[in-house]
Design a protein around this ligand. Structure first.
Ligand code: ZN
Length: 430
């Protein structure tokens, strides 16, 4: 399973590719793609389908043995995006020598210094001209070879570099793309896109392209007990949810099984493809409608559903003990962590946490609890945002990791297996 996660991560450098990877895995288990712009059609028990939104979020369903209005949905949620750098329009910055950098802006909250001195490349989607201006052609781009690097300033120019350095997102973080001759000026990136996609320069209308670290994920530790990878937050949870669903979908249960992978969690979720969107609620409403349940059926569906909002938690870091809550500090290898917050930044409450802990127990999976140190603000996640449109019972949880939002995060291989087992149990539980 850990090798499968590593493969999954290398196929999924950004949200668009992660969603494509999930879609291909679902297809191989009999899930068919439906277009939200068309009627969804009948919803008989056993039906397997998925819907994409904006190419960067995906919603998969296996219809249960009972109508949604009677048995609800068992839903695992996660997010497809991770902190990175987005390439700006007109991005090439060429100096007199031909050295060409790319102008970028920061996406989400990366630990900036961890992006220095790594071989980077680009991935995302490119929009090409078509006959219909309202329907241009969307193509995924994943350049696998290293294309650029953000280089550090030599220590000889900044002797205080190891004392902590304030970094400018505009000045310090621009990657070096190449050495352009006169003919290439202003079109180096375009030429790469053309050769990757087999298109002409005048066909490219626009793009959503991001940087990613090309260094592959790996395991480490004397017993290979850790995993070192970019984007564990939150693609490890996406992988666990997708794997559990494809393992559980053959077991017929009363409840409908659902995996929802949202985009833009790292920027607040308030997009049409984010957890703040009414899109998932409207999908459920339409499904209930096709089953003859109407508006009343939608509301009974929500009341009978349960959501596991899966987003990584902070593992205990032995170098920084004073940052952690004195009595709740999840350890690597100790199993998934349920997250609590008195201000309700997390959806968990005693009831939903008890349900999830019982699911873990049924799957013989250990589980832990995470609460912030009371003087540390902590982050936010999907669960409480989603419950504003779908007020269902739910828990916020995630596998503990170190170095969250570093270009390279550290997780536990055992926890990954635990998480898949817990999700599978949740999906088959009636
Ligand atoms: Zn996350």
């Amino acid at each position: 399973m850990v090798q499968d996660l590593i493969n999954f991560l290398s196929d999924s450098p950004v949200s668009f590719l992660a969603v494509d990877t999930v879609a291909r895995r679902l297809q191989s288990c009999g899930f068919v793609e439906l277009d939200a712009a068309c009627p969804l059609g009948e919803m008989p028990s056993g039906k397997r389908f998925y819907v994409r939104k904006n190419d960067s979020s995906i919603y998969a369903f296996r219809i249960g043995g009972k109508p949604l209005s009677e048995a609800g949905v068992h839903m695992v949620c996660a997010h497809s995006d991770s902190p990175t750098f987005r390439i700006k329009p007109n991005a090439e910055m060429r100096d007199a020598s031909g050295l060409t950098r790319l102008n970028t802006e920061v996406y989400g909250g990366p630990i900036l210094s961890t992006w220095f001195d790594r071989p980077l490349s680009v991935a995302g989607r490119v929009i090409l001209r078509s006959d219909n201006p309202m329907q241009p052609s969307n193509r995924l781009l994943h350049v696998r070879r290293p294309l650029m690097q953000i280089s550090n300033l030599a220590i000889h120019f900044n002797r205080a570099v190891n004392d902590g350095v304030k970094l400018s997102r505009q000045h310090d973080m621009l990657p070096l793309l190449g050495l352009a001759d006169g003919n290439e000026a202003g079109r180096m990136l375009c030429d790469v896109i053309c050769s990757e996609l087999g298109c002409r320069r005048d066909e490219i209308l626009d793009f959503d392209l991001y940087l990613y670290d090309t260094t592959p994920a790996c395991t480490f530790g004397v017993h290979d007990e850790f995993i070192s990878a970019g984007r564990l937050d939150d693609l490890s949870m996406v992988h666990a949810g997708c794997t559990a669903l494809t393992q559980a979908c053959d077991t017929m249960t009363d409840a409908t099984q659902c995996l929802a992978v949202f985009d833009n969690e790292e920027t607040g979720s308030q997009t049409k493809q984010g957890a703040g969107s009414p899109f998932l609620a409207s999908l459920l409403r339409r499904m209930v409608e096709w089953q003859g349940g109407g508006e009343e059926g939608f509301h009974t569906c929500v009341e009978r559903s349960f959501m596991v909002s899966a987003d990584n938690a902070h593992a205990w870091h032995p170098n920084y003990p004073d940052k952690y809550d004195p009595t709740n500090k999840p350890i690597l290898g100790g199993g998934p962590a349920i997250k609590f917050n008195a201000s309700q930044k997390y959806a968990s409450d005693a009831v939903s946490a008890a349900v999830f802990a019982s699911i873990c127990r049924a799957a013989s999976v250990p589980c832990q609890k995470f609460v912030n140190h009371s003087d540390v603000a902590g982050g936010s996640t999907l669960g409480n945002i989603l419950t504003s449109s779908l007020p269902m019972r739910g828990v916020d949880m995630g596998n503990p990791i170190l170095g969250m939002h570093s270009a390279r995060e550290t997780g536990s291989t055992a926890d990954h297996e635990y998480c898949i087992r817990a999700f599978r149990q949740f999906y088959v539980q009636d």
